[in-house]
Design a protein around this ligand. Structure first.
Ligand code: NAD
Ligand code: ZN
Length: 269
């Protein structure tokens, strides 16, 4: 494993091998986690959480068990998180990935695909639709009982509140919920299938801003590595996946990705 540590008082050093790997690759897959959106202002689950929620473990707020026992608290948290995301913008890392994908497509040089664990829509807003949203999306809603799609149920309360009962489905009366995958639920089949296919078909995988602790997403890099595909971690800190990596680049997403993409493309779009 080649490790590149960030040196805060020197310009960002891009691992040379990484340029070579990107130059040779034709199908790049980028697995993103909460750290991808951290510099947009979306907190990761390890960041200190808003005071309203400081007595709750994130795992309680995004679990089937939490929803079953206390839907008002779980709904209020999702409203708060969705409102926060709606005020955030894609950061230079999201935009760099979008630029890379579009430029390679135009030059017929290869493909850049994103598998995300994030429930935000910041990749989309940077012009790159992930091939897989493994944990769903907090910007769409459906009935928890009959599955009917719910149209714009979101009216954010002026003040965040720790308890708001979810609206009812006009079809069956069930509670409306966000289309995210909670702990204790199966991942959407089409998203897991697309993610596994990409891990089995890529020739380079970048792993950006994920702690590697949530499965099955955390198993995808190993799937690629098992085929001899180089895997690269971009993360300011060590993770559960660090040991498996070919290159570890200790840098933040919003700094590393634009530098890398500028270098790979050789110019600006
Ligand atoms: P995590 O919270 O477990 O870990 C975040 C990782 O990001 C850590 O390894 C951390 O070192 C790294 N990180 C922090 N700042 C970074 C930066 N600026 N650049 C690069 N990396 C940075 O996140 P996870 O592994 O994605 O798993 C948590 C679960 O929580 C996921 O399932 C996800 O769906 C959900 N979640 C989503 C969002 C979102 O949609 N933005 C936010 C929080 C949590
Ligand atoms: Zn319904």
């Amino acid at each position: 494993m080649r490790r590149v540590n960030r040196l805060s008082d020197t310009p960002t050093e891009i691992p040379d091998e990484l340029y070579d790997m990107c130059g040779q690759a034709r199908r790049v897959v980028v697995l993103t986690g909460a750290g991808m959106s951290a510099e947009s202002g979306v907190p990761t689950f390890r960041d200190p959480i808003d005071g309203l929620w400081e007595n709750f473990e994130p795992e309680q707020l995004v679990s089937v068990e939490g929803w079953r026992t206390d839907p008002g608290t779980v709904w209020a948290w999702h409203l708060w998180f969705a409102a926060l995301i709606s005020k955030c913008s894609p950061n230079p890392g999201h935009r760099a990935l979008g630029r890379w994908a579009r430029t390679w497509q135009r030059r017929e040089a290869g493909t850049v695909e994103v598998i995300t664990q994030n429930i935000d829509d910041l990749h989309e807003r940077a012009g790159l639709i992930p091939i897989s949203h493994l944990h769903g999306s907090i910007t769409t809603f459906l009935c928890s009982q009959c599955g009917a799609k719910a149209q714009s149920v979101l009216s954010y309360p002026k003040e965040p509140s720790a308890h708001i009962m979810p609206p009812r489905c006009p079809v069956c009366g069930g509670y409306i919920r966000p289309a995210v995958t909670w702990f204790g639920e199966e991942l959407p089949r089409k998203d897991i299938d697309a993610a596994v296919e990409a891990a089995m078909g890529c020739d380079l995988m970048l792993v950006v801003g994920t702690s590697g602790t949530v499965h099955p997403a955390a198993g995808l890099p190993r799937l690629a590595a098992g085929r001899g595909v180089p895997i690269i971690e971009i993360n300011p800190r060590d993770t559960a996946l660090t040991h498996d990596m070919d290159i570890v680049w200790r840098e933040s997403a919003a700094v590393a990705l634009p530098a890398l993409v500028d270098g790979v493309l050789g110019d600006h779009e």
